[in-house]
Design a protein. Structure first.
Length: 124
């Protein structure tokens, strides 16, 4: 088998694994929404979430947003205290990991918003 053939096979395997990962990600997220959060806020079944209604869910989302912003800002400030080379390398890894995960959410969002609101960069 030539190096070119091996590279093609490897690319196909990576692509297949990526598609499986995206499918599992979407399945896990939608399962939790439809089979845990929805029944929880409609008091059909208790799953231990820190909210019991749509209004409380909205408050929880606002707090989650603020917490995420605080964590990101705190991490940046702390990384600045690590020393330039280490701190920048650390932040590079953090941003790479966070952005990879955020792209997965953004891609899924594109399937749930009206087509005229989709961002082509994330829709593929």
């Amino acid at each position: 088998m030539s190096a070119h053939q091996t590279g093609g096979i490897l690319a196909a395997v990576k692509s297949t694994i990526a598609r499986i990962h995206e499918t599992l990600f979407k399945w896990r997220l939608e399962w939790e929404i439809y089979h845990r959060i929805a029944p929880h806020i409609h008091q059909e079944k208790a799953f231990g979430y820190p909210f019991g209604s749509e209004a409380e869910l909205r408050k929880n989302v606002i707090h989650g947003d603020l917490d995420a912003q605080l964590h990101l800002e705190t991490m940046k400030l702390q990384a600045d205290l690590m020393g330039t080379a280490y701190g920048e390398a650390f932040r590079h890894i953090v941003y790479r990991d966070l952005n990879k995960r955020m792209r997965m959410y953004l891609k899924l969002v594109q399937t749930r918003v009206p087509s005229e609101c989709r961002i082509p960069e994330y829709a593929t």
